[in-house]
Write a protein that binds this ligand. Structure first.
Ligand code: ATP
Ligand code: MG
Length: 442
């Protein structure tokens, strides 16, 4: 259907003359509302070729390469061998991605060999390369019913030269890396080594982060499953907090740098009274601090539920010599236990001795199988990755951006993090749903 501008004109009864009370409602929260500008419009067509066919001069506007099957491909399928590796922390959907890649490569491209490397990049080292497994349809049948990854995962530095030696030894033409920001940095080092040796090996990333902190990605796979799972833990502490005098429920959720899981889980269940995320700093003491706000809430309602992202309030924890994990990521202090202690002390001091229920369900969340929505998403990402690899793309990741599957250079996916905007509409929704103040610092 070809739409003309007139077809899209929305009727209005006339000029708008009254101030919206939204501003008043939010004034108490000391934040500005997110009005839509009357000139804001959303493109109907978001594909450059379609817009160009309408005569719109849009070819200089930044755009992304569409993912999907190409008429011509780079690798001869009969002579192509492929490797798959999963690295970093667990995330719902890893098995769906593995299965989708294997199915697409087997059923539609009929590639010669598909190898799975065991336990992350460690599986590409000299020491472990003999543990490689050949993957076929039977090996991946039903694996999507389980969480985790059938290939295993790991952290820790590996030598790119040694890993490329393994690729050469096995005759791998395309390596699929399913992993987070660290894994993509590792993949880029593998690409550098491939380039330095003049090899013809493609490296395609399927970026993973349960925290939803990937840029150029409208939602990362596994995220929806994760926050849905997280809601049941908020429900548990809510019930516990209601059943006790001065009941305090605290749930610590994943989110090292970005509080998306905390925000979505809290919005989903709507029983949280406070949501604390890394993007919004807070203080404990003083009239506007978290402790006084929690105290006020307990006085008024007899209970309180707090959802805290693991990366929130790190500046409050005295970090004597921060430690790192095997991959060099800084280990976070335990903000959940810290809050539990501080709130217990404070409420006891002010004559409201609490019953505190604290849950840290990270492993119970990240280890589950993907839900139906994420399974669909994963299998489509897997197909996109296979098409990209067979078409000879390299140092490329597949992502979904504005509901379209696209290719982007690997360096972009590690360039920055997607974070909750403290001035954006998501955080605004959290403030509206919880009733918490916009700031704990003034
Ligand atoms: P997540 O953080 O979501 O758990 P991740 O992929 O970021 O996933 P990491 O443990 O940081 O997890 O990294 C996975 C693998 O990538 C590890 O083997 C690690 O050594 C390697 N890696 C991480 N950062 C780099 C880097 N800068 N250069 C080379 N390899 C890296
Ligand atoms: Mg990481």
């Amino acid at each position: 259907m070809t739409l003309e501008l007139d077809d899209l004109r929305v009727r209005t009864l006339g000029a708008c003359r009254y101030d919206s009370p939204f501003a008043e409602m939010l004034a108490s929260k000391r934040t500005s509302p997110h009005y839509v500008h009357e000139d804001d419009r959303v493109l109907v067509d978001d594909t450059v070729s379609v817009l160009l066919s309408r005569g719109v001069p849009i070819d200089q506007v930044p755009s992304l390469e569409a993912a999907g099957p190409r008429r011509k491909i780079y690798f001869d399928p009969d002579a192509t061998s492929v490797g798959i590796v999963t690295c970093g922390g667990l995330c719902p959907g890893l098995n769906d991605v593995i299965r989708g890649i294997v199915q697409e490569l087997t059923e539609h491209y009929h590639v010669a060999h598909i190898y799975g490397f065991r336990n992350g990049y460690a599986g590409l080292t000299r020491q472990h390369r003999d543990r490689v497994v050949e993957l076929d349809l039977r090996a991946v049948a039903d694996i999507n019913n389980d969480g985790g990854t059938i290939l295993g995962s790991s952290r820790g530095d590996q030598d790119p030269e040694e890993m490329v030696d393994t690729l050469v030894e096995l005759g791998i033409d395309v390596l699929f890396v399913i992993g987070g920001d660290g894994s993509m940095r590792g993949a880029m080092k593998i690409v550098n080594t491939i380039d330095a040796r003049g090899l013809d090996i493609a490296v395609i990333g399927v970026p993973k982060t349960i925290d939803n902190d990937l840029p150029f990605t409208d939602q990362s796979f596994g995220f929806q499953t994760a926050f849905a799972q997280a809601t049941s833990f908020i429900a548990s502490v809510f019930i516990e907090s209601q059943a006790a005098e001065n009941g305090v429920g605290i749930v610590k959720l994943m989110g090292r740098h970005s509080g998306f899981i905390a925000c979505y889980a809290a919005l989903s269940i709507n029983d949280a009274d406070f949501v604390l995320i890394p993007e919004v700093p807070f203080v404990l003491g003083g009239p506007s601090g978290v402790l006084r706000r929690v105290e006020d809430h307990v006085r008024r309602h007899g209970q309180v539920v707090i959802v805290v992202a693991e990366g929130a309030g790190q500046e409050l924890l005295e970090q004597e010599g921060r430690t790192t994990d095997a991959s060099g990521n800084t280990k976070l202090g335990d903000i959940g236990l810290f809050l539990k202690q501080k709130i217990t002390d404070h409420l006891t001091e002010v004559g409201l001795p609490p019953t505190v229920r604290y849950l840290d369900p990270s492993y119970a969340i990240r280890s589950v199988a993907a839900n139906a929505y994420d399974s669909v998403y994963c299998v489509r990402l897997a197909h996109a990755a296979v098409h990209a690899g067979m078409a000879g793309r390299t140092e490329t990741v597949v992502v979904r951006w504005r509901r379209r599957f696209v290719h982007i250079p690997m360096s972009l996916i590690t360039s920055h993090r997607n974070q909750v905007d403290p001035d954006g509409d998501l955080w605004m929704s959290v403030l509206e749903a919880t009733g918490q103040p916009a700031s704990f610092t003034d």
